[in-house]
Design a protein around this ligand. Structure first.
Ligand SMILES: [Zn+2]
Length: 299
């Protein structure tokens, strides 16, 4: 078990448990979320060590579920996923100014995003910890996917773009990972980091039921302020920020379910609609955020 005596972000000793969350997805166990009163950072406390965490990810149906197109919800999910994949591609092409470049997708899962970029002419590599997902991505899309230990074999300064879609919050050592990624980027290259936002409208409303706390898989609960601090600490700065507008519907519905509401899907849809609207005027309160980090050209 990992217990922090100090804030992992600013090293202040002024930390205290703020809420207790349940692992609704796998174990039913509870984990506290602590808050640093010096910098405001939220993080999971007393979580399993790297060697113990695997059983909290055990879900043998993961691939078959995410890739079936049967049923209305799955159909909607697939359509939304396509829209979001294209949005991500558009952001990358716009920000790198490249129609074709070299991309590393960290935590590529079953490889749908990496595959879209490959089809668009990009040279793509993926990193994925889950054997089944890695094999699926290689066999289905012919992608070049390595396990996380393989990151040391990659050529420093060789990537125009590194993407981390909802993965950094899972890493036991996010500082080391972001430093490794920075080394792999070309000078002037960009890194896109998507994260749930613990200061979003939905997070504040649902509190301990907020589905994106997702303990103990999510260890760090960033918001735009704490992620900016984290980036600066690691030699990067946030160039700009985008929203992932559909995440709020999924997260709100799941949060309603965790809360035990009747009709969680429809309640979540209603709340999601309200928050999606409010986010139009305040993107820093979006349920999920894509942060754009750029490596300085002189590094
Ligand atoms: Zn702190």
């Amino acid at each position: 078990m990992v217990h922090h005596e100090q804030c992992p972000l600013c090293s202040s000793g002024m930390i205290a448990d703020q809420i207790i969350c349940i692992d609704h997805y796998i174990s039913g166990e509870t984990f506290p979320i602590a808050r640093c009163s010096s910098c405001g950072f939220l993080f999971t406390q007393d979580y399993p060590e790297v060697t113990e965490i695997e059983r909290y990810y055990e879900s043998s149906d993961y691939i078959s579920h995410s890739d079936t197109s049967e049923g209305l919800i799955n159909k909607a999910y697939h359509i939304i996923r396509q829209v979001m994949l294209r949005r991500k591609r558009k952001i990358i092409i716009k920000l790198t100014n490249l129609r074709k470049g070299i991309l590393l997708d960290v935590g590529c899962g079953t490889g749908h995003f990496a595959s879209l970029m490959k089809e668009s002419g990009w040279s793509v590599k993926g990193i994925e910890i889950n054997d089944k997902a890695r094999n699926f991505a290689s066999e289905t899309f012919g992608l070049d996917i390595i396990s996380p230990e393989g990151i040391t074999s990659l050529q420093p300064g060789s990537f125009d773009c590194v993407t981390m879609w909802h993965v950094l919050e899972h890493f036991h050592d996010p500082d080391k990972y972001i430093t490794d990624v920075l080394t792999l980027m070309k000078p002037g290259g960009i890194c896109l980091v998507a994260l749930p936002n613990s200061n979003s409208f939905d997070a504040v409303h649902y509190g301990k039921f907020w589905a994106a706390f997702d303990v103990p898989r999510h260890l760090w609960h960033f918001d735009p302020y704490s992620f900016s601090r984290f980036s600066i600490k690691n030699g990067l700065s946030i160039e700009r920020l985008f929203t992932l507008p559909f995440d709020v519907f999924y997260i709100s519905s799941l949060s309603e379910k965790y809360k035990g509401s009747r009709w969680p899907f429809f309640r979540g849809l209603a709340r999601g609609t309200l928050y999606a609207f409010l986010t139009l005027f305040n993107r820093k309160r979006s349920s999920s955020v894509i942060y754009i980090l750029r490596k300085p050209s002189d590094q």
